[in-house]
Design a protein around this ligand. Structure first.
Ligand code: PLP
Ligand code: ZN
Length: 502
């Protein structure tokens, strides 16, 4: 629907008019800084930042029911700027004018409920929110839409000119950054840094296909991150990692969409998120908190953070039950099929620590849990899910494995429903599936394929056929008829099919 097709009171409410006043807030010393420039750490104490709307209280003046109705009506609106993550404009980026919004089809991914066999196997009722259905096939597009829309805002205001966007990546960040930068030419170019040999061929092909400059660096992601941090400190570049707080804002849309898709009734939900650099879980916590504070939702869902035992610094931190004795210690990562989460020193850890406290306080009880899973469980659950109609990546498998562990630990009640973040499309990580099917995992993964999940193509060539077709050399006449008949018979016999007669 066009704006003018709505009844008069809606016409006014549907276009965002909240005059937000955003600042960077340091999570270390509490100082605030203006947003006319891109800032990634506090100039005073070097701690990470979050964006804060100093006028957030004004959002609470509007009753929750009215917010809910606004978002539901906006769903009908055909205005491109409000079709993606900016449906929640007042909560995501009130300072971004609609003309600056870049929309490439991100957001509003579906939650697909598990079918009965998969539900029974897991022992919990759940659905995957399939983030692989975003334009670059991962949730990172949400954060890029926000960060690039803000860069366009700065360009339009003359605070920036000629932007070189850079990021370090375990694969998906660079795919997303390169895609948005490619769309926004001229004026914006991009360069991405990847750990050599630590991203899948599919992920490597994405920034190359988008025309980004791609640099491969020795080491793992954490090493790459150090290099882009040095670049962003000493040179005029825009850092697109989740250290950039605009990324976090955009990714909050994930929480807002879940709220809306469950009719704002989220008290019995468990939202499970795989953790790497911890930007995603930061955004999910922050998003639900903001909706809760504004009265859009009445209760906070349970949050479940999941990590592989090969990259588990966040789980280790929370394993210490006494908050006063918790110490964050980075870990040295080992190879993981949840490769996009293979991070030993998550940049957003200070944000997580802060937000988990606030979350539990607002809920009045413990609502955030962390769980560790094995590489074997990740692969087995990914294959179980996809064998039941899903398109989950290995991290989606990780989320499901974590849910099963949480259920076994007694953290999930029988009346609860889980929404699992399948953070990327299965195709990006098909190489791991291949290693599994062919039983070729290097020993350090510790993965032994289960027969029930080993799927391989079967080559059919009846031994009694002298000739078979080949590219450029088709069969004809009786030879072709015989090829078709004998091949069909062979397949039918393997499938145990009896002839229907006639
Ligand atoms: C980036 C990424 C993650 C990890 O998200 P963080 O925000 O780094 O915690 C998980 N899965 C996929 C597919 C990713 O691309
Ligand atoms: Zn500070």
């Amino acid at each position: 629907m066009r704006l003018e097709d709505f009844a008069p009171p809606w016409r006014e409410r549907l276009l965002p008019a909240h005059p937000g006043r955003m600042v960077y807030r340091c999570l270390g010393c509490g100082a605030q800084f203006g947003i006319e420039r891109l800032l990634y750490v506090c100039p005073q104490c070097r701690e990470v930042l979050l964006l804060e709307d100093l006028h957030f209280d004004r959002l609470r003046e509007r009753p929750g029911a009215e917010w809910r109705a606004i978002f539901d009506h906006r769903k009908m609106l055909t205005l491109p700027a409000l079709r993606g993550i900016y449906r929640y404009h007042e909560f995501i980026g009130p300072v971004v004018p609609l003309e600056a919004v870049v929309y490439l089809g991100e957001g509003h991914t579906p939650v697909i409920r598990a079918n009965p066999p998969l539900r029974d196997r897991a022992g919990v009722d759940f659905g995957f929110k399939h983030e692989g259905q975003n334009p670059s096939a991962s949730f990172k597009d949400r954060g890029m839409a926000s960060a690039f829309s803000y860069i366009r805002t700065l360009l339009a205001a003359g605070h920036l000119s000629q932007v070189l966007a850079v990021c370090a990546s375990t694969g998906d960040t660079s795919a997303a950054a390169a895609l948005y930068a490619a769309y926004l030419q001229p004026g914006i170019r991009s360069a991405v840094l990847l750990p050599h040999g630590k991203v899948t061929p599919q992920q490597l092909s994405q920034p190359l296909g988008s025309g980004a400059v791609v640099y491969e660096i020795p080491g793992v992601f954490d090493d790459c991150m150090k290099v882009v941090e040095a670049l962003s400190e000493d040179y005029p570049v825009a850092l697109l990692n989740s250290k950039n707080a605009w990324r976090i804002l955009g990714q909050e849309s994930y929480a807002y969409e879940i709220a809306q898709d469950f009719d704002y009734d989220v008290g019995r939900l468990v939202v499970a998120v795989p953790i790497g650099n911890a930007g995603n879980i930061t955004a999910v916590l922050s998003g639900f908190l903001k909706f809760h504070e504004a009265g859009v939702i009445r209760e906070l869902p349970k949050i479940l953070g999941v990590q592989s035992e090969h990259a588990d610094p966040v789980v280790r931190y929370y394993e210490e039950a006494d908050p006063a004795r918790r110490r964050f210690v980075p870990v040295t990562v080992r190879p993981s099929v949840a490769q996009a989460a293979m991070i030993g020193n998550p940049v957003s850890m200070p944000r997580v620590i802060r937000l988990v406290d606030r979350y539990n306080q607002s809920a009045g009880r413990e609502r955030v849990f962390f769980v560790r899973v094995s590489e074997q469980e990740i692969m087995d659950w990914q294959l179980a899910a996809n064998g039941n109609g899903h398109i989950a990546c290995t991290h989606g498998g990780e989320a499901l494995a974590g849910l099963v562990r949480a259920k076994q630990a007694g953290w999930i009640g029988p009346e609860e429903f889980a929404v699992l973040d399948a953070t990327a499309h299965a195709l990006k990580f098909s190489g791991f599936q291949e290693l599994y099917f062919e039983d070729r995992f290097p020993p350090e993964f510790g993965i032994r394929p289960k027969p029930e999940f080993r799927r391989r193509p079967v080559f059919i060539r009846p031994a009694d056929l002298e000739r078979v077709p080949a590219p450029g050399a088709p069969l004809e006449g009786e030879a072709m008829r015989r090829f078709v008949r004998r091949t069909a018979e062979e397949i039918a016999s393997r499938l145990g099919l009896a002839r229907t007669g006639a």
